[in-house]
Design a protein around this ligand. Structure first.
Ligand code: B12
Length: 406
């Protein structure tokens, strides 16, 4: 017998939200994995831009705005003089879709940014109301980083922490008394099926993830608590996936979601780029996640140029030398200058490049942020300010607590 699972990508509640190659990749991996194990998969995407004929402005490379409905601000945010909104489909459409799935055997909701939990909460409330007595399973980044908060605020029946495929399979096997020996457990990352992009309504771009985890543990980053040990996929398998998806979906824009795309570059990213160049397909490549500048050299810059890398966001973060050790010295002013030179030598203009500058670290002065902005700006590179998000379990969070700031 096949069990029916309803997977939900909830809304975002925030002051602003933008589809910057933003897809629920974890949930889509889970979907294809469970489908391969024999489960019937259904999906509600609260962030489907095209669901209700909303006027969607899709910008260059498929990114763009999300439809929004202004909602009341939570009490703690009342003092902020900006609109607070629910981004995504209407509640009416969500409820209508829920009702279509009243025969689901379990409901699985994902969670991404911790501070997006109000969207998860609302989706869970409506699931409880319209699909009562269904097992409600919650996983994803927020659920992993803040399990106590999740238990208290969302009150799911089950929380799955960290990489979800195998744990969820075990959970479902227990819930539905399916003998575990009927399952096929993957041995390597390349044995996992590709993410179920077919579930998305009219995607404008696709995502690719060539590795999971990161060998570093920067003071503000939570990946060590979320991902598995740093593991890279076979570069040939990555290129094969991209080529297959290009043909299947007729999409040329691909965003990399890796934390650490440039590690072991000679046998990883360089091989992937060479294979994409050899394919002669008109890919456009994007890295919205910050790339490690210290690893860049002329050869890699050249391959990026030839493979048509269009969005290059560099992890610069700060020009304050005393912080570089918090980031394993993969950043420095010199490395940044050199990286920009390499890119320029192979054909990019400085203004084709963007660099993240972090702001709002617990003891960071305004002068430090301004100096970092000026440094990047003087190189001709576009500055992307990234506000520090305090995440429990990170060194930066502990520092903030120790100083009484949180
Ligand atoms: C890709 C990425 C992005 C992308 C977009 C991501 C998206 N979907 O919207 C971009 C580059 C745009 C981005 C931006 C930002 N990001 Co970001 N990003 C990531 C990154 C590197 C990977 C996330 C991912 O997709 N992983 C891949 C999938 C396969 O893994 P997964 O999601 O964990 O899913 C697995 C499990 O969680 C589980 N699972 C998932 N769903 C479910 C559901 C169920 C039911 C079950 C059982 C299991 C399950 O199974 C999955 C498969 O194993 C993470 C770091 C990380 N390593 O996780 C940071 C991370 C999520 N980002 C972070 C931050 C801070 C940001 C920014 C705020 C940075 C900034 N200051 O500007 C912005 C803001 C984003 C926004 N839109 O507002 C933080 C989160 C902070 C927080 N408070 O939650 C993270 C954790 C990095 C960090 N600094 O520690 N990000």
């Amino acid at each position: 017998m096949s069990y029916k699972l309803l997977l939900i990508n909830p809304w975002i509640y925030d002051f602003a939200a933008y589809d910057l190659w933003s897809k629920p990749l974890g949930l889509l991996y889970l979907a294809s994995f469970l489908r391969n194990q024999g489960f019937e998969i259904h999906f509600i995407d609260c962030l489907d831009k095209y669901a209700e004929n909303a006027k969607v402005k899709v910008k260059k490379y498929g990114i763009g705005n999300l439809p929004r409905t202004i909602v009341e601000k939570p009490t703690v945010l009342k003092h902020i003089p900006r609109h607070y909104a629910r981004y995504g489909i209407s509640e009416e459409l969500f409820i209508k879709q829920l009702k279509l799935h009243s025969d689901a055997d379990a409901v699985l909701i994902t969670s991404i940014m911790t501070y997006w939990y109000p969207g998860v909460k609302r989706a869970a409330e409506l699931v409880r109301k319209y699909l009562p007595n269904k097992a409600l399973i919650l996983g994803g980044i927020y659920a992993t980083l803040m399990p106590d908060h999740t238990k208290k605020v969302i009150q799911p029946d089950y929380i799955v922490s960290g990489p979800g495929e195998i744990k969820t399979l075990r959970l479902l096997s227990g819930l539905f008394s399916i003998p575990a020996d009927t399952f096929k457990i993957p041995e390597t990352l390349d044995d996992y099926p590709y993410p179920a992009f077919d579930l998305l309504n009219h995607p404008d771009y696709l995502i690719v993830m060539t590795s999971r985890g990161c060998p570093y543990d920067c003071s503000f980053c939570a990946q060590k608590r979320i991902s598995m040990r740093f593991t890279q996929r076979d570069p040939q398998a990555v290129a094969d996936e991209m080529i297959e998806h290009y043909h299947k979906f007729r999409l040329r824009d691909f965003a990399f979601y890796d934390d650490a795309l440039f590690i072991s570059k000679k046998r990883h990213i360089e091989v992937i780029l060479e294979k994409l160049i050899d394919s002669r397909l008109p890919f456009r490549l994007h890295s919205p996640n910050g790339l490690f500048v210290r690893f860049l050299d002329k050869r890699l810059a050249e391959l990026m140029y030839r493979a048509n890398f269009k969005t290059i966001r560099l992890s610069f973060e700060t020009s304050n030398e005393s912080r570089w050790s918090d980031m394993y010295s993969k950043v420095s002013n010199e490395a940044m200058i050199e990286a920009v030179e390499h890119f320029k030598r192979v054909g990019y203009r400085a203004k084709d490049l963007e660099a993240y500058v972090i702001m709002g670290l617990p003891d960071q002065s305004l002068e430090e942020v301004v100096a970092s902005i000026i440094f990047v700006n003087n190189l001709g590179v576009i500055v992307r300010l990234a506000s520090f998000s305090p995440i429990p379990g990170t060194r930066e969070f502990e520092r903030a607590v120790a100083r009484g700031l949180i």
